[in-house]
Ligand binder design. Structure first.
Ligand code: C5P
Length: 239
């Protein structure tokens, strides 16, 4: 049974679960935000789409042997997860230059990177999620170098699996953001969500943008695009 509201973020609410100390309920909201909340809009049905898309992606990764917080979906907009202490690190993996990388390094959007790049950002709305290195992460959060090495290795592994999964549904995985959390036994698992809100996905043939950039840059209807992704995932992943 759903307990009290523990936390409300931009895209999700987190509830406790009565009688289950180490489990939580995530409820996905219909809101879309961009540019650290400066742009926001409600899209009816978005919460359902991200809940179900993320559930498919996490199920795929679980099957591939990646430890995650995901247990099961509970409804169209809710999922049951293991309780984890989120490490305030946004782990971005890039295969192709886009977004902030093009601006920071002067690269043209769409430039293939010679090898995938893992970047760390400090998860802080007040500071606009600044780019940080390992030393900053060790200073700012409860992690040591072996935790960071573990997170980087997991991020590369997840990237390999997701590239295969998205290519099966004719999408190129340009970049994406991961979050990790610590379970009560101290182990680190993949947490949060993986959805078109947290990934850049381009159509394999046409490079059509199939992710939150359609909202960020007013390109196409977000719900129509996310529906296409869910339909394609449903054809290849069983939840
Ligand atoms: O903005 P930037 O190019 O650094 O984003 C890289 C990737 O990380 C994109 O797929 C973006 O959707 C994701 N991201 C995110 N949440 C953030 C920042 C970036 O999901 N706070």
């Amino acid at each position: 049974m759903k307990g009290s509201l523990l936390y409300e973020g931009k895209a999700k609410k987190v509830y406790s679960l009565i009688g289950e100390e180490y489990e939580l309920i995530l409820e996905y909201k219909d809101e879309a935000t961009a540019f650290n909340g400066k742009k926001h809009q409600t899209f009816r049905g978005k919460g359902r789409l991200n809940n179900l898309i993320s559930a498919h992606v996490f199920s795929y990764l679980k099957l591939a042997g990646i430890p995650t917080h995901f247990i099961q979906t509970l409804s169209d907009t809710e999922q049951l997860v293991k309780q984890s202490q989120i490490i305030p690190l946004e782990v971005v993996v890039r295969n192709v230059a886009a977004g902030s990388m093009t601006r920071r390094l002067g690269l043209e959007e769409g430039t293939e990177l010679p090898e995938p790049i893992v970047e760390f950002y400090y998860k802080s709305d007040d500071l606009d999620d600044p780019f940080i290195n390992d030393e900053h992460a060790r200073m700012l959060m409860k992690v040591d170098q072996s935790d960071l090495d573990h997170i980087k290795a997991a991020a590369h592994k997840i990237n390999n699996h997701l590239q295969v999964m998205f290519s099966e549904i004719e999408l190129r995985l340009i970049d994406f953001k991961l979050e990790f959390g610590r379970l009560h036994d101290g182990s680190i698992v993949l947490s949060d969500e993986i959805s078109p809100d947290t990934c850049r996905l381009w159509d394999q043939d046409t490079n059509r943008k199939m992710d939150k950039d359609v909202f960020r840059n007013d390109i196409e209807d977000l719900v129509e695009i996310y529906e296409i992704i869910l339909k394609r995932l449903e054809a290849i992943v069983h939840v």
